[in-house]
Design a protein around this ligand. Structure first.
Ligand code: TRP
Length: 474
């Protein structure tokens, strides 16, 4: 039986599971009894720490009522990639103890990226001649690498291309998954440039307890939701790794080049891999890196290796691209530029991002208007006061209120949003009214998505996923 040092003694996966279960109960009790905040915070902090440890020891997310299986227990998975005080962000974990969510300014410092400041937003507006997307106006895409360089080149008529992706771990996508795609669509329309979208079915097979065929099927199903975001088939190539890796000698050549230039020690440092991780995981980062280089797609870029790549992604994907940028000059390629987004909060609060495996943590793209209404009303964490009288007197806190956070993602009108913030903070707007605003915003948005998805035929999916030239001359 595996054991991992924890605290003073040696804790097994089962010990951790039991501690987690009782710690979870403690947090719930403290909350229902309205204990003092410091006590609740301390209990939540320990809970998150136990969850992170549990994941490290078992390789699985903790699930109440599901004790760890012997067969899924991994040994010695090494240190987590990024732990800083309370926030923890790596490609597999996001957690914080603050209700406002992760401290993104700290993350910029820790990751060594740059802030998307007003100057950059203004510059994007000047260069593109378009009003900046609300995700830029509101700091949702908050961090970047080399965006000024991309714009310098663009001003000199040097084009670039977009690369983003998704790990298809289930058929069910939620609204949070759409954030990078909504923004990527805007970038594509704004700059009129090619886009490649990687579906990492191989990654999900390596990390999750899923069959290869299921992962591939999810990739194709997810492609339909991505296509429903409105991408232009003449400007977009979507690929499953399981299909494209074997079909493209140029892509595989880049994978091998990258693999030769990254050591086990480096990926251990970046991703926290350990001696017991399968070698597929250790080799995978090269596969996520390869689409950052234009000659991985000779059909689109006519073999050119010097086309600059821009990657819009959530900040948790940055470790892959730090590695990519480190390798690029050593194998003769330009470094990809990046635009990083914040996380989309779970309905229960901004401490963590949403999980596709918990139906109540998020709004799914398949939810009915009624389900949306019920989920928001029942589960959206509120920054309001307990009674109407108190709320009117002291006002609510929009900074921790999940309905308000969701509106910052989806309500287009800046003035309306600002008024909602002010009215909620002053107490003029009640929690129920705020929730109604969100429901009224989400319902038509999700219905419209569902209608567009219905129009996506198998032939369209096949066309998007066929390697072919796009409408650009390189
Ligand atoms: N690893 C990502 C995930 O699990 C998928 C992905 C692959 C990706 N390439 C990307 C995401 C490029 C953003 C940008 O979701």
């Amino acid at each position: 039986m595996l054991s991992q040092p924890y605290g003073s003694g040696n804790m097994t996966a089962m010990d951790l599971y039991e501690s987690l279960t009782s710690q979870g109960e403690l947090v719930r009790t403290l909350k229902t009894e309205k204990a003092v905040k410091a006590d609740i915070d301390a209990a939540v902090k320990l809970l998150l720490k136990l969850k992170a440890d549990y994941k490290q020891v078992t390789g699985q997310d903790y699930k109440a009522g599901c004790p760890p299986l012997e067969s899924t227990v991994l040994e010695d998975t090494g240190p987590a990639a990024a732990v800083d005080g309370e926030d923890m962000v790596d490609p597999w974990n996001v957690s914080t103890t603050s209700a406002k969510g992760v401290d993104y300014d700290k993350l910029i410092v820790r990751f060594g990226s740059s802030k998307v400041d007003q100057e950059l937003v203004d510059r994007i507006e000047r260069v593109s001649g378009k009003k900046p997307h609300r995700f830029l106006r509101r700091g949702i895409f908050f961090s970047h690498r080399d965006m000024h360089q991309v714009l310098d080149a663009y001003e000199k008529n040097k084009s670039f291309y977009l690369y983003t992706g998704r790990g298809p771990s289930s058929e069910a996508m939620h609204v949070g998954h759409l954030i990078p795609f909504i923004f990527t669509k805007w970038l594509q329309d704004t700059f009129d440039i090619p886009l490649v979208i990687q579906l990492t079915d191989d990654e999900k097979y390596l990390w999750k307890d899923l069959s290869l065929e299921d992962c591939h099927r999810y990739a194709v199903e997810n492609a339909k939701d991505i296509i429903a975001c409105g991408f232009d088939v003449n400007k977009t190539f979507i690929f499953s790794d399981l299909d494209y890796m074997g079909a493209s000698p140029d892509f595989y050549r880049n994978v091998v080049k990258i693999q030769k230039h990254v050591t086990f020690n480096q990926v251990k440092g970046i991703f926290g891999f350990g001696d017991s991780d399968c070698i597929g995981k250790i080799a995978f980062p090269a596969i996520q890196a390869a689409p950052s280089f234009s000659n991985s797609f000779p059909q689109i870029f006519k073999g050119r290796k010097d086309i600059q790549c821009l990657i819009p992604c959530a900040i948790d994907q940055d470790p892959y691209f730090r590695m990519t940028r480190d390798v690029a000059p050593r194998i003769g390629y330009p470094k990809p530029a990046l635009l990083h987004s914040t996380f989309f909060p779970a309905l229960q609060g901004a401490q963590t991002k949403m999980s596709a495996s918990d139906a109540n943590s998020s709004i799914f793209l398949t939810d009915t208007p009624k389900q949306i209404k019920n989920k928001v009303n029942k589960h959206a964490f509120s920054g309001g006061k307990d009674t109407i009288e108190e709320h009117r007197k002291y006002g609510g806190n929009p900074d921790v209120d999940v309905s308000f956070m969701y509106l910052t993602f989806f309500l287009e009108d800046d003035e309306q949003l600002d008024k909602i913030r002010q009215d909620y903070a002053s107490g003029a707007l009640l929690t129920g009214e705020l929730k109604k605003r969100l429901i009224d915003t989400l319902q038509p948005m999700i219905t419209a998505h569902q209608e567009r998805r219905k129009q996506v035929t198998e032939e369209m999916v096949l066309k998007f996923m066929t390697p072919r030239p796009l409408d650009f001359n390189f």
